[in-house]
Design a protein around this ligand. Sequence first.
Ligand code: CP
Length: 302
Amino acid sequence: MTSLLAADQLSRGDIETLLHRAAALRDGLDVRHPGRVVGLLFLDVSLRTRVGFAVAATRLGANPVTLSAVRQSTLMGAPETLEDTVRSVGAWFDALCVRHPDAGAAARVAAAVATPVINRGDGQAEHPTQALVDLFALRQHVGDVDGLRIGIVGDLHAMRSAHSFATVLAAFNDMHVRCMGPAGLDLPEPAFAALRAAGHVVERLNGLELDDLDVIYVAGLPAETAVGTIDDTEQARFRITVSRAQRLADHVRVLCPLPRVDEIEPGVDELPQAAYFAQTADAQWVRMAVLDHVLSGGPFGS
Ligand code: CP
């Protein structure tokens, strides 16, 4: 399959290929796709992913074209379906990146056009390229991913980055994954099932237990959730505060897909365990690797 729609498409081989390519691009590998055009169909808010893929396309010598105010709102006078929009414009592009508020939207686009589609975040479902960014950060800041003890914190029901991150961990060996968040906001069952099928130890805690972890992945805990409003007292139980972070071992790294609201205290940024801004800065190499792979016709799931 030449589209990347969900994290469970990424085999260990795909992951290694893409992470090695990202590291090579960071180290100066010059790859060019002149004359290719990348469509950025961003119908939901995004800073990092939208601008990041425009930068990645530009660095590869391709041309990014952003489509944002498309005719899908009755306010625009002539609304049309997502399918009609992409059937109209999809063939103009060599790759189509999609961010959309609805789960499954990227798959709908892929079903409607022959152009390879990259899911850049669809509702509360998936964010597979963020998962690759997260793995690249693990390699950079922690080392070998196999055998790590990883905590994932927040609203794991709603946070698509957590879904895709947990899913790609299933491709590694001997992982210990601790899911921490309020009751009722668990990872979706397919992500749990993928981790368990891989033989990983999976814990589910309604509290924060950080002492024996190597990595803390902060997925975010908004006030409005599927189980109702989470008040500040409850949010604070899962917040990475300076005092909690100061008790972490030196080798531990805190990752976050960003944006942050208040799930990590700003003072944590100054601690050596904070790796999230470096994680985001390095994302450009991963986005270039993904685009290079897609523009070269490389399949996923090999
Ligand atoms: N991490 C991430 O997807 O950020 P944006 O929503 O700003 O793209």
